[in-house]
Design a protein around this ligand. Structure first.
Ligand code: AGP
Length: 613
């Protein structure tokens, strides 16, 4: 995600844009930039790092006598967080300038086409392709040029555009990335990626819909269908949130917002990487050759915490579909054991931050021992992505809550992509199976999106009887066993309840001694190939008066014979259950923690990124 702000009106533009960007820093903070019009030319400032670095760069330009401009805080997806890659980006003339949020999926082919026409690119971003494409169509009608350019673009975008030859006009376009407009009583017009940027100046917001374009002048805001060009009538909505609430888009906590952002995060992670017709997967930044993938005879996965749970799930998938042995290690153990690693081993680290010290030390050691290294990571340009041979980025956007949610399910989606990719490279996946797996992955975001509102309400009621428990067990089998571990980790790290995750079949080897009529046990019991075994384990818990919560498949009436506390989930492909069954576990921990009055976003003793040993 990135933060976009635009303004045209009677105020001095630089302070308005900077204030708006401050409200959007949670959306992206690895680089920032601003552009405004003054003395018949565009003035542009950009820099790497946080917004404060841009403010220092701007210095006394803060009082520039300009009344129109655009600003941007970046969350890098294509191209490291450098000044050259920071927005705004300009065309060859330097008179057309644009800030963008989203992913231009076909940017590479468009870039080659435009370069062949003589366009000169200065960054590695997908965004810069957009402004050169508009330039390529631009004669004297900017709106028409934007419309023509959009017919060539695939992917998601929200962008603000400005042309020095139309110095009183901003253009805003939206498709699959958020963009809102604002108007105030002075007649000023605003653009923003999110409501918080507008609230210091106005609570009158116009929501741009996908496929709409706004042409904004002082005292004149018009919205059009970006394809037909037909005028669209829009009404302003009065926002009642305060600014602090609005940064969370009205959610009480970032964690809840990020739980609800998971459909978008998963879609953005797979966007442009999987062909629904063929099941073929392309991973542009993986940087290893087909030969590399065929030469390996073992894979080591290394990670910490929630990311280690991703690795545990990935082991099941890779061994099943790519037919290659996988070792999974907690990074702090990996780096100190006697590793049998050589150049026929592929080491993959999983990390939301890309800065976790133990994981970083693990991949450095693996490289020293001759292994190729790939990282699954959410932060472009983070240390791990710079030291690995190749990267598979998750595109979950900034994850602010310390408890990882959307990054986890995005990691699972990314690893499932990698599994299909590896199966293709090693010839272990039949086309039919590949298509089946691809379809399952493509559809899971929709399933979660439809499920979330209903599930949150159900779980908020369910926890009445559990939020004051002192202990909690989570159990699951097979590819869902790691989800039991993840559910337990979520609960303990934000509610401080002692929670353990176990393989359901392991209970009888000791942990079942813990079961009594006070002990809640959440069992993950989808109707998959281990269902009967799981139900047998649950019956053993029931026989000892355990307090059972079941998460199972819609329509499974047998569950009612075991407990009244049942969360039913839609039937999806068995391999998608780890992603789907994580959602209720996340919501359960969130609702219990908030009921207990815990600091959900910043739990005691924890940090978002553990950059120390
Ligand atoms: C997860 O909710 C925790 N915040 C923690 O376990 C985290 O997953 C772990 O520290 C690894 O972080 P990373 O993914 O950034 O490497």
């Amino acid at each position: 995600m990135c933060g976009i702000v635009g303004y045209v009106g009677s105020r001095r533009v630089v302070p308005v844009i900077l204030e708006g960007l401050r409200k959007l820093e949670y959306r992206g903070y690895d680089s920032a930039g601003i552009v405004y019009y003054q003395d018949s030319k565009l003035i542009k400032y950009r820099c790497e790092g946080k917004l404060s670095a841009l403010e220092a760069l701007i210095d006394d330009a803060i009082i520039a006598p300009s009344h129109i401009g655009l600003g941007h805080t970046r969350w890098a997806t294509h191209g490291a967080p450098t000044t050259e890659n920071a927005h705004p980006h300009t065309d060859c003339t330097g008179e057309l300038v644009l800030v963008h949020n989203g992913i231009i999926e076909n940017y590479h082919s468009l870039r080659l086409e435009l370069q062949a026409k003589g366009h000169v690119f200065k960054s590695q971003t997908d965004t810069e392709v957009l402004v050169h494409l508009i330039e390529d169509y631009l004669e004297n009608d900017l709106v028409a040029a934007v419309q023509q350019a959009l017919t060539r673009v695939e992917g998601s975008y929200a962008f603000g555009l400005f042309w020095a030859q139309m110095p009183d006009t901003l253009i805003a376009v939206r498709k699959h990335s958020p963009l809102v407009l604002g108007v105030d009583e002075s007649g000023a017009g605003y653009i923003a990626s999110d409501i918080p940027a507008l609230l210091p100046y106005t609570n009158q917001v116009i929501f741009l819909e996908d496929g709409e374009m706004a042409v904004i002048k002082e005292n004149d805001m018009q919205v059009f269908d970006s394809v037909s060009g037909n005028r669209v009538q829009k009404e302003a909505t009065t926002i009642t949130w305060n600014a602090a609430m609005a940064e969370k888009a009205g959610y009480k906590h970032f964690m809840l917002k990020e739980i609800f952002e998971q459909p978008m995060a998963i879609r953005n992670t797979i966007s442009g990487r999987i062909n629904p017709e063929t099941g073929e997967v392309t991973l542009a930044e993986i940087n290893l050759s087909d030969e590399d993938f065929c030469n390996i005879d073992r894979i080591f996965l290394v990670a910490c915490g929630t990311s280690w749970h991703t690795a545990l799930v990935a082991k099941y998938w890779i061994e099943k579909y790519a037919k290659i042995p996988v070792d999974v290690d907690i990074a702090s153990e990996f780096r100190y054991r006697n590793l049998l690693i050589n150049d026929r081993v592929l080491t993959i680290s999983i990390s939301q931050s890309g800065e976790t010290a133990d994981t970083l030390a693990g991949i450095r050691l693996a490289k020293q021992l001759g292994s190729k290294v790939i990282t699954i990571c959410n932060v472009v340009g983070s240390t791990m992505t710079r030291e690995a041979d190749g990267t598979v980025y998750t595109h979950a956007g900034p994850e602010i809550g310390v408890a990882s949610t959307k990054a986890f399910t995005s990691q699972l989606a990314a690893f499932f992509l990698f599994t299909i990719f590896l199966g293709e490279k090693r010839g272990t996946l039949e086309t039919e199976k590949k298509l089946e797996l691809a379809a399952a992955l493509i559809d899971i975001a929709r399933v979660i999106e439809e499920l979330l509102p209903v599930l949150q309400e159900q779980i908020a009621q369910l926890i009445e009887g559990y939020y004051d428990c002192s202990d909690f067990l989570f159990v699951g089998r097979g590819v869902n066993f790691p989800i039991a571990l993840e559910g337990a980790l979520k609960l303990k790290e934000i509610s401080y309840i002692h929670a353990e995750g176990y393989a359901a079949g392991e209970l009888k080897h000791g942990p079942i001694a813990l079961i009594d009529n006070k002990m809640p046990v959440l069992a993950i019991a989808p109707q998959d190939d281990l269902y009967q075994k799981t139900i047998s384990n649950v019956e053993e818990i029931k026989a000892r008066q355990g307090r059972i919560i079941l998460i199972g498949t819609e329509g499974d009436k047998h569950l009612n014979t075991i407990t009244d506390a049942i969360i039913y989930l839609p039937k999806v492909h068995d391999e998608m259950n780890p992603i789907l069954y994580t959602i209720p576990a996340q919501l359960l921990s969130y609702e219990i923690a908030t009921m207990r009055g815990c600091d959900v976003d910043q739990p005691r003793n924890l940090a978002k990124s553990v950059t120390v040993e």
